[in-house]
Design a protein around this ligand. Structure first.
Ligand code: 5AD
Ligand code: SF4
Length: 450
């Protein structure tokens, strides 16, 4: 069999950066003659694009690998070869240990190596196991930029565009600085050439991505430095094709005035901000090495609301960080009450090997973590419902993105990133429609096209 009629299946776990990376891997495989498959069963190559952020996310990979091993063995009896690859952050963190734990794995490569996928596949035809966890971030983006204009066929009407990767902040709970590497900002021209390709592919909503996206400080060919706010102003001015601009994920320490100005002055910048604080306690913030205090965050939230009064605020919270007392937890609840979030993500602290907090003797018992998480999620849920209900009776633009479960139903996004259900014809997929909201639940709102 040649590579011409082979099928590949890519399964992505974790963050939006992984979704972006999986799309780029798919494009590289297309160029190698692979068709992308919707399920692993009929695939010749399965790539698990993994997440290492919490223990649960990592463990999922090994159970999936166990299943794939069985598929590989069953296929072998029928003369069909299955190649298994592990990509992403677990690959970066564990490298060849993955093969030691699951020898059915053929290839392991980290987030900075996937642009070499065609080369790695060739190597794996000749070698039993291929492992690549090098860190040449710049090489990757240069290779992707060369490929982008040809590769982008149809990413739908919404697309991610990675502008920054990695992190130098070293929060004491987090693996990202180890798996994604040091903070790196893609050069300005690379970003604009990918933006042009997206505009040509009729994309109308672009989300700029980075682990620390608002720390973006890329250079152009004249050596001038651009910040994230500058990028948003430039995109709004030069790419009228983009009706919506978003970005994620931000750190409170990198919210500068230019970015606030972008929220205030650019109608295309959507009224949504995901700005994690993790904890509302100054003691815990310090232990987490977040490098700011709760009052800094509260002041920042006020400034953001001044710049864009109807903004939907989102965040991440960790409960049960080592040493967290009842009072520390109360401080987090207090922050949530003060800020009022439109939606948020919350997690139990999960020790990650190699990070400073994992070795602390003051680990919080599992049952206390669970209890705190339940309490915190109840409050966030209440706020989310409140926010969704506040939209009842309003008219808004909704970009239709996918089919709903019910026939005749399409699902889109509001400016505030809410999922919006409407009755619509299939041809309306990908369109921006005007919707009057009639009902609201915890996780979505719905209405009628007007
Ligand atoms: N335990 C629990 N949650 C974590 N996160 C990151 N590392 C951990 C960890 N060790 C959460 C943070 C971060 C989000 C992406 O995942 O809230 O913002
Ligand atoms: Fe992880 Fe902190 Fe960097 Fe975010 S800022 S990626 S939580 S180290």
């Amino acid at each position: 069999m040649t590579d011409q009629n082979r099928k590949a299946f890519i399964k992505s776990y974790g963050c939006q950066m992984n979704v972006y990376d999986a799309e780029r891997m798919g494009e590289a495989l297309n160029a190698e003659g692979y068709d992308l498959s919707d399920s692993p069963e009929d695939a010749d190559l399965v790539i698990l694009n993994t997440c290492h952020i919490r223990e649960k996310a990592s463990e999922k990979v090994y159970s999936e690998l166990g299943r794939l091993k069985k598929q590989k063995e069953a296929g072998k009896e029928k003369g069909k070869e299955l190649k298994i690859a592990v990509a992403g952050c677990v690959a970066q963190a564990e490298g060849k240990e993955i093969i030691a734990r699951q020898p059915a794995v053929d290839m392991v490569f980290g987030p900075q190596s996937y642009h070499k996928l065609p080369e790695l596949l060739k190597q794996s035809n000749n070698t039993k196991h291929v492992v690549d966890t090098e860190f040449p971030v710049e090489d990757k983006f240069a290779a992707l930029t060369k490929r982008a204009p040809k590769a982008i066929k149809q990413r739908g009407k919404t697309a991610f565009l990675t502008v920054q990767e990695g992190c130098d902040k070293f929060c004491t709970f987090c693996v990202v600085p180890y798996t994604r590497g040091a903070e790196f900002s893609r050069p300005f021209e690379q970003i604009m050439s990918e933006a042009e390709a997206l505009a040509n592919a009729e994309v109308i909503e672009v989300t700029l991505l980075g682990q620390n996206v608002n720390a973006y400080h890329g250079l152009d060919k004249n050596g001038k430095e651009w910040g994230l706010g500058d990028l948003l102003f430039h995109l709004a001015e030069t790419r009228p094709e983009f009706k919506r601009l978003r970005y994620t994920t931000s750190h409170p320490r990198d919210m500068d005035q230019r970015l606030l100005d972008a929220h205030r002055d650019i109608p295309e910048v959507m009224p949504y901000l995901h700005l994690p604080i993790q904890s509302g306690s100054n003691t815990i913030l310090k232990a987490m090495n977040r490098q700011h205090e709760r009052d800094d965050y509260l002041r920042l939230m006020d400034k953001i609301r001044d710049a864009q009064p109807d903004i939907a605020l989102s965040g991440d919270f960790i409960v049960g960080f080592p040493g967290e007392t009842d009072q520390d937890f109360e401080d987090t609840m207090d922050i949530i009450r003060r800020v009022t979030y439109a939606q948020a993500y919350s997690f139990k602290y999960s020790p990650r090997p190699g990070t400073p907090a994992a070795d602390k003797a003051t680990q919080v018992p599992e049952d206390v973590k669970s209890q705190r998480l339940t309490e915190l999620q109840a409050l966030l849920n209440e706020q989310q419902i409140q926010f969704n209900r506040s939209k009842i009776g309003q008219e808004m633009d909704v970009l239709l993105e996918r089919f709903g479960k019910k026939e005749g139903q399409l699902v889109g996004r509001s400016p505030w990133l809410q999922a919006v259900y409407v009755d619509a014809a299939p041809e309306q997929m990908g369109q921006m429609v005007r919707v009057k909201i009639t009902t609201a639940g915890a996780n979505s709102i719905s209405g009628d096209i007007i």
